[in-house]
Design a protein around this ligand. Structure first.
Ligand code: AN7
Length: 346
Protein backbone atom coordinates (compact mmCIF):
# COMPACT_ATOMS: atom_id res chain seq x y z
CA UNK A 1 0.00 0.00 0.00
CA UNK A 2 1.36 3.42 -0.94
CA UNK A 3 1.81 6.14 1.66
CA UNK A 4 -0.98 8.63 2.20
CA UNK A 5 0.45 11.44 0.06
CA UNK A 6 0.35 9.19 -2.99
CA UNK A 7 -3.02 7.72 -2.07
CA UNK A 8 -4.66 11.12 -1.69
CA UNK A 9 -2.42 13.07 -4.02
CA UNK A 10 -5.31 15.04 -5.53
CA UNK A 11 -6.08 16.44 -2.09
CA UNK A 12 -2.49 17.35 -1.22
CA UNK A 13 -0.82 20.75 -1.60
CA UNK A 14 1.90 20.69 -4.27
CA UNK A 15 4.57 21.51 -1.68
CA UNK A 16 4.43 17.96 -0.35
CA UNK A 17 4.18 16.00 -3.58
CA UNK A 18 7.53 16.59 -5.31
CA UNK A 19 9.95 15.12 -2.69
CA UNK A 20 7.85 12.50 -0.96
CA UNK A 21 9.32 11.09 2.25
CA UNK A 22 7.14 8.15 3.26
CA UNK A 23 7.27 5.02 5.40
CA UNK A 24 3.89 3.91 4.01
CA UNK A 25 1.90 5.48 6.82
CA UNK A 26 -1.89 5.58 7.01
CA UNK A 27 -4.30 2.87 5.82
CA UNK A 28 -4.77 1.96 9.47
CA UNK A 29 -7.35 -0.60 10.61
CA UNK A 30 -10.88 0.56 11.44
CA UNK A 31 -11.95 -2.20 13.77
CA UNK A 32 -15.53 -2.85 14.93
CA UNK A 33 -15.77 -2.85 18.73
CA UNK A 34 -18.65 -5.17 19.72
CA UNK A 35 -18.28 -4.86 23.50
CA UNK A 36 -18.08 -1.08 23.39
CA UNK A 37 -20.94 -0.96 20.87
CA UNK A 38 -23.12 -2.81 23.33
CA UNK A 39 -22.08 -0.55 26.20
CA UNK A 40 -23.11 2.65 24.43
CA UNK A 41 -25.81 1.27 22.10
CA UNK A 42 -24.17 2.35 18.85
CA UNK A 43 -21.99 0.84 16.12
CA UNK A 44 -18.58 1.77 17.42
CA UNK A 45 -15.35 1.43 15.45
CA UNK A 46 -11.80 1.95 16.66
CA UNK A 47 -9.39 3.73 14.33
CA UNK A 48 -6.08 2.11 15.21
CA UNK A 49 -3.60 4.88 14.61
CA UNK A 50 -1.11 2.93 16.66
CA UNK A 51 -0.66 0.77 13.56
CA UNK A 52 1.28 3.55 11.82
CA UNK A 53 5.03 2.99 11.25
CA UNK A 54 6.15 4.64 14.51
CA UNK A 55 3.03 3.64 16.42
CA UNK A 56 1.05 6.87 16.39
CA UNK A 57 -1.04 9.17 14.19
CA UNK A 58 1.83 11.63 14.07
CA UNK A 59 3.26 9.79 11.04
CA UNK A 60 0.37 11.08 8.92
CA UNK A 61 1.41 14.65 9.50
CA UNK A 62 5.11 13.95 9.52
CA UNK A 63 5.22 12.46 6.02
CA UNK A 64 3.87 15.80 4.77
CA UNK A 65 5.95 18.09 7.00
CA UNK A 66 9.20 16.31 6.18
CA UNK A 67 8.36 16.04 2.46
CA UNK A 68 7.81 19.81 2.37
CA UNK A 69 11.07 20.33 4.26
CA UNK A 70 12.89 18.06 1.78
CA UNK A 71 11.59 20.12 -1.13
CA UNK A 72 13.01 23.24 0.53
CA UNK A 73 16.37 21.50 0.86
CA UNK A 74 16.19 21.47 4.65
CA UNK A 75 18.97 19.59 6.38
CA UNK A 76 17.51 19.61 9.87
CA UNK A 77 14.13 19.42 11.57
CA UNK A 78 13.13 20.19 15.14
CA UNK A 79 10.07 19.80 17.33
CA UNK A 80 8.88 20.06 20.90
CA UNK A 81 7.03 16.97 21.95
CA UNK A 82 5.30 15.00 24.65
CA UNK A 83 6.82 11.98 22.88
CA UNK A 84 5.01 10.80 19.79
CA UNK A 85 5.87 13.75 17.59
CA UNK A 86 9.50 13.28 18.61
CA UNK A 87 9.49 9.60 17.65
CA UNK A 88 7.82 10.35 14.33
CA UNK A 89 10.03 13.34 13.45
CA UNK A 90 13.12 11.29 14.25
CA UNK A 91 12.01 8.45 11.98
CA UNK A 92 11.05 10.62 9.01
CA UNK A 93 14.21 12.72 9.35
CA UNK A 94 16.27 9.52 9.30
CA UNK A 95 14.41 8.41 6.21
CA UNK A 96 15.09 11.76 4.52
CA UNK A 97 18.76 11.88 5.54
CA UNK A 98 18.19 14.94 7.71
CA UNK A 99 19.31 15.55 11.25
CA UNK A 100 16.65 15.89 13.91
CA UNK A 101 16.51 17.52 17.33
CA UNK A 102 13.62 17.00 19.73
CA UNK A 103 12.83 18.86 22.92
CA UNK A 104 10.90 16.81 25.46
CA UNK A 105 9.71 17.59 29.00
CA UNK A 106 12.09 15.99 31.47
CA UNK A 107 10.71 12.89 33.16
CA UNK A 108 7.31 13.20 31.48
CA UNK A 109 7.73 11.17 28.32
CA UNK A 110 6.81 7.50 28.00
CA UNK A 111 9.75 5.09 27.83
CA UNK A 112 8.92 3.65 24.41
CA UNK A 113 8.79 7.09 22.79
CA UNK A 114 12.13 8.09 24.24
CA UNK A 115 13.69 4.84 23.05
CA UNK A 116 12.30 5.48 19.57
CA UNK A 117 13.62 9.03 19.28
CA UNK A 118 17.07 7.83 20.32
CA UNK A 119 17.22 4.74 18.12
CA UNK A 120 16.15 6.73 15.04
CA UNK A 121 19.17 8.89 15.74
CA UNK A 122 17.65 12.16 16.94
CA UNK A 123 19.41 14.54 19.25
CA UNK A 124 17.12 14.30 22.28
CA UNK A 125 17.07 17.26 24.62
CA UNK A 126 15.37 16.84 27.97
CA UNK A 127 13.99 20.21 29.02
CA UNK A 128 13.48 21.20 32.61
CA UNK A 129 10.06 22.56 31.71
CA UNK A 130 6.74 21.37 30.32
CA UNK A 131 5.59 20.96 26.70
CA UNK A 132 4.17 24.48 26.44
CA UNK A 133 7.51 26.00 27.41
CA UNK A 134 9.32 23.64 25.01
CA UNK A 135 7.07 24.61 22.10
CA UNK A 136 7.61 28.32 22.67
CA UNK A 137 11.38 27.77 22.78
CA UNK A 138 11.57 25.74 19.55
CA UNK A 139 9.36 28.26 17.74
CA UNK A 140 11.80 31.01 18.68
CA UNK A 141 14.79 28.85 17.79
CA UNK A 142 13.42 27.91 14.36
CA UNK A 143 12.86 31.62 13.64
CA UNK A 144 16.59 32.24 13.98
CA UNK A 145 18.16 29.11 12.49
CA UNK A 146 17.81 27.16 9.23
CA UNK A 147 15.90 24.37 10.95
CA UNK A 148 12.44 23.28 9.85
CA UNK A 149 9.82 23.23 12.60
CA UNK A 150 7.63 20.12 12.32
CA UNK A 151 5.21 20.65 15.21
CA UNK A 152 1.55 20.83 14.24
CA UNK A 153 1.85 24.62 13.99
CA UNK A 154 3.29 23.52 10.61
CA UNK A 155 0.25 23.51 8.28
CA UNK A 156 1.51 20.55 6.28
CA UNK A 157 1.02 18.38 9.33
CA UNK A 158 -2.74 18.93 9.14
CA UNK A 159 -2.78 18.09 5.43
CA UNK A 160 -1.49 14.64 6.29
CA UNK A 161 -3.60 14.11 9.38
CA UNK A 162 -6.84 15.00 7.57
CA UNK A 163 -6.50 11.78 5.56
CA UNK A 164 -7.70 9.70 8.47
CA UNK A 165 -11.16 11.21 7.94
CA UNK A 166 -10.96 10.24 4.26
CA UNK A 167 -10.07 6.66 5.16
CA UNK A 168 -12.99 6.41 7.59
CA UNK A 169 -15.55 7.67 5.09
CA UNK A 170 -14.03 5.66 2.23
CA UNK A 171 -14.35 2.54 4.35
CA UNK A 172 -17.67 2.81 6.20
CA UNK A 173 -19.38 5.84 4.66
CA UNK A 174 -20.78 8.78 6.66
CA UNK A 175 -20.45 8.55 10.43
CA UNK A 176 -22.48 10.31 13.10
CA UNK A 177 -19.94 10.91 15.87
CA UNK A 178 -16.16 10.96 16.24
CA UNK A 179 -14.49 10.94 19.65
CA UNK A 180 -10.85 11.99 19.90
CA UNK A 181 -8.30 12.97 22.54
CA UNK A 182 -7.17 16.61 22.46
CA UNK A 183 -3.76 17.92 23.47
CA UNK A 184 -2.19 20.54 21.25
CA UNK A 185 -5.47 20.43 19.26
CA UNK A 186 -3.92 19.81 15.84
CA UNK A 187 -5.51 16.45 15.24
CA UNK A 188 -9.14 17.39 15.89
CA UNK A 189 -8.57 20.41 13.62
CA UNK A 190 -7.20 18.12 10.91
CA UNK A 191 -10.07 15.60 11.18
CA UNK A 192 -12.58 18.39 10.72
CA UNK A 193 -10.67 19.68 7.69
CA UNK A 194 -10.76 16.18 6.22
CA UNK A 195 -14.46 15.70 6.84
CA UNK A 196 -15.27 19.09 5.34
CA UNK A 197 -13.26 18.30 2.21
CA UNK A 198 -15.42 15.19 1.90
CA UNK A 199 -18.64 17.18 2.54
CA UNK A 200 -19.16 15.39 5.81
CA UNK A 201 -20.18 16.81 9.18
CA UNK A 202 -20.13 14.22 11.95
CA UNK A 203 -20.37 15.51 15.50
CA UNK A 204 -16.90 15.87 17.03
CA UNK A 205 -16.39 15.13 20.71
CA UNK A 206 -12.94 16.13 21.93
CA UNK A 207 -11.66 14.84 25.24
CA UNK A 208 -8.99 16.39 27.42
CA UNK A 209 -7.55 15.08 30.67
CA UNK A 210 -9.13 16.86 33.64
CA UNK A 211 -5.74 18.10 34.88
CA UNK A 212 -4.85 19.46 31.45
CA UNK A 213 -8.12 20.81 30.08
CA UNK A 214 -7.55 24.38 28.85
CA UNK A 215 -10.20 24.16 26.12
CA UNK A 216 -12.80 22.95 28.60
CA UNK A 217 -11.95 25.58 31.19
CA UNK A 218 -11.49 28.34 28.63
CA UNK A 219 -8.12 29.37 30.03
CA UNK A 220 -4.48 28.34 29.91
CA UNK A 221 -3.40 25.73 32.44
CA UNK A 222 0.00 26.73 33.80
CA UNK A 223 0.94 23.38 35.31
CA UNK A 224 -0.94 20.64 33.44
CA UNK A 225 -0.89 17.23 35.07
CA UNK A 226 -2.23 13.87 33.91
CA UNK A 227 -1.24 10.24 33.68
CA UNK A 228 -1.85 10.61 29.92
CA UNK A 229 1.54 12.25 29.33
CA UNK A 230 0.91 12.65 25.57
CA UNK A 231 -1.82 15.24 26.27
CA UNK A 232 -0.17 16.98 29.21
CA UNK A 233 -0.56 20.33 27.46
CA UNK A 234 -1.86 23.56 28.96
CA UNK A 235 -1.81 26.00 26.05
CA UNK A 236 -2.78 24.30 22.77
CA UNK A 237 -1.33 25.84 19.62
CA UNK A 238 -4.49 25.17 17.57
CA UNK A 239 -6.86 26.49 20.23
CA UNK A 240 -9.14 28.69 18.09
CA UNK A 241 -9.29 26.33 15.13
CA UNK A 242 -10.13 23.38 17.33
CA UNK A 243 -12.92 25.29 19.06
CA UNK A 244 -14.25 26.41 15.68
CA UNK A 245 -14.27 22.80 14.47
CA UNK A 246 -16.08 21.61 17.57
CA UNK A 247 -18.66 24.38 17.33
CA UNK A 248 -19.25 23.91 13.59
CA UNK A 249 -19.77 20.19 14.14
CA UNK A 250 -22.24 20.94 16.97
CA UNK A 251 -19.97 18.88 19.15
CA UNK A 252 -18.31 19.41 22.49
CA UNK A 253 -14.98 19.39 24.26
CA UNK A 254 -15.08 17.80 27.67
CA UNK A 255 -12.77 16.51 30.38
CA UNK A 256 -12.24 12.98 31.64
CA UNK A 257 -10.41 12.28 34.89
CA UNK A 258 -7.27 10.19 35.12
CA UNK A 259 -9.29 7.46 36.84
CA UNK A 260 -11.78 7.42 33.96
CA UNK A 261 -8.92 7.34 31.47
CA UNK A 262 -7.25 4.43 33.26
CA UNK A 263 -10.53 2.50 33.53
CA UNK A 264 -10.96 2.73 29.76
CA UNK A 265 -7.25 2.02 29.24
CA UNK A 266 -7.63 -1.31 31.08
CA UNK A 267 -11.11 -2.15 29.83
CA UNK A 268 -10.38 -1.86 26.12
CA UNK A 269 -7.55 -4.43 25.85
CA UNK A 270 -9.39 -6.82 28.16
CA UNK A 271 -12.67 -6.60 26.22
CA UNK A 272 -11.76 -5.72 22.64
CA UNK A 273 -8.20 -7.02 22.40
CA UNK A 274 -6.98 -3.55 21.50
CA UNK A 275 -4.22 -1.88 23.51
CA UNK A 276 -3.78 1.87 23.22
CA UNK A 277 -1.80 4.38 25.21
CA UNK A 278 -3.47 6.33 28.05
CA UNK A 279 -4.05 9.53 26.04
CA UNK A 280 -5.86 7.53 23.37
CA UNK A 281 -8.05 5.89 25.98
CA UNK A 282 -9.47 9.35 26.74
CA UNK A 283 -11.59 9.04 23.58
CA UNK A 284 -13.10 5.79 24.84
CA UNK A 285 -13.44 7.06 28.42
CA UNK A 286 -15.34 10.05 27.09
CA UNK A 287 -17.67 7.95 25.00
CA UNK A 288 -18.40 5.65 27.94
CA UNK A 289 -18.99 8.62 30.25
CA UNK A 290 -21.09 10.81 27.97
CA UNK A 291 -22.55 8.31 25.55
CA UNK A 292 -23.90 9.26 22.13
CA UNK A 293 -25.76 12.57 22.04
CA UNK A 294 -29.42 12.72 21.02
CA UNK A 295 -28.37 14.85 18.06
CA UNK A 296 -25.95 12.21 16.82
CA UNK A 297 -28.64 9.55 17.28
CA UNK A 298 -31.05 11.69 15.31
CA UNK A 299 -28.53 11.89 12.45
CA UNK A 300 -28.63 8.12 12.20
CA UNK A 301 -32.31 8.48 11.23
CA UNK A 302 -33.62 5.57 13.23
CA UNK A 303 -30.64 3.34 12.52
CA UNK A 304 -27.92 2.68 15.01
CA UNK A 305 -25.52 5.66 15.11
CA UNK A 306 -22.07 5.08 13.68
CA UNK A 307 -19.31 6.17 16.01
CA UNK A 308 -15.53 6.20 15.57
CA UNK A 309 -13.11 6.45 18.50
CA UNK A 310 -9.66 7.56 17.40
CA UNK A 311 -6.98 5.55 19.19
CA UNK A 312 -4.08 7.86 18.52
CA UNK A 313 -1.17 5.80 19.85
CA UNK A 314 -0.07 2.23 20.50
CA UNK A 315 -0.20 0.88 24.04
CA UNK A 316 3.36 -0.42 23.75
CA UNK A 317 4.59 3.16 23.82
CA UNK A 318 4.11 3.39 27.57
CA UNK A 319 4.98 0.11 29.33
CA UNK A 320 5.40 1.80 32.72
CA UNK A 321 1.78 2.93 32.90
CA UNK A 322 0.70 -0.55 31.86
CA UNK A 323 2.69 -2.22 34.65
CA UNK A 324 1.38 0.31 37.17
CA UNK A 325 -2.20 -0.66 36.33
CA UNK A 326 -2.23 -4.44 36.14
CA UNK A 327 -1.65 -7.39 38.42
CA UNK A 328 1.75 -8.98 38.78
CA UNK A 329 3.15 -12.00 36.95
CA UNK A 330 3.05 -15.39 38.65
CA UNK A 331 6.41 -16.95 39.51
CA UNK A 332 6.72 -20.71 38.94
CA UNK A 333 9.32 -23.46 39.39
CA UNK A 334 9.57 -26.05 36.56
CA UNK A 335 7.37 -28.50 38.43
CA UNK A 336 3.87 -29.75 37.45
CA UNK A 337 2.17 -29.23 40.80
CA UNK A 338 3.26 -25.61 40.91
CA UNK A 339 2.44 -25.10 37.25
CA UNK A 340 -1.09 -26.43 37.69
CA UNK A 341 -1.60 -24.13 40.62
CA UNK A 342 -0.25 -21.20 38.64
CA UNK A 343 -2.31 -21.91 35.53
CA UNK A 344 -5.57 -22.89 37.19
CA UNK A 345 -5.36 -20.34 39.97
CA UNK A 346 -6.16 -22.80 42.72
C1 AN7 B 1 -1.22 9.55 21.61
O1 AN7 B 1 3.76 14.19 20.53
O2 AN7 B 1 1.53 16.70 21.26
O3 AN7 B 1 -4.42 17.38 19.99
O4 AN7 B 1 4.15 16.24 21.10
O5 AN7 B 1 0.59 11.67 21.31
O6 AN7 B 1 -3.13 16.94 17.91
O7 AN7 B 1 -1.96 17.43 20.05
C2 AN7 B 1 1.07 14.40 21.12
C3 AN7 B 1 -0.29 14.47 21.13
C4 AN7 B 1 -3.38 12.48 21.33
C5 AN7 B 1 -3.12 14.90 21.06
N1 AN7 B 1 -2.94 11.23 21.46
O8 AN7 B 1 -3.15 15.31 19.72
C6 AN7 B 1 3.37 15.31 20.89
C7 AN7 B 1 1.93 15.55 21.09
C8 AN7 B 1 -1.63 10.96 21.46
C9 AN7 B 1 -0.70 11.99 21.32
C10 AN7 B 1 -2.52 13.54 21.20
C11 AN7 B 1 -1.16 13.32 21.21
P1 AN7 B 1 -3.16 16.85 19.38
Amino acid sequence: MAGLIERYIDRMPEEVTSHIVSIEEGSTPLVPAPALSERVDADVYLKLEGANPTGSFKDRGMTCAVSAAAREGAEAVICASTGNTAASAAAYAARAGMTCAVLVPEGKIAAGKLAQALIYGARVISLNGNFDVALQLVRDLADHHPISLVNSVNDFRLEGQKTSSFEIVDEIGPIDLLTIPVGNAGNITAYWKGFKEYDQAPELNGYQAAGAAPLVEGRRVENPETVASAIRIGNPARWEEAMAAITESRGAVRAVTDDEILDAYRWLPANEGVFCEPASAASVAGLIKNGVSDAARAKAEGGRPKVVCVLTGNGLKDPDTAFDNVGSVIPCEPEMGQLEKAVLGQ
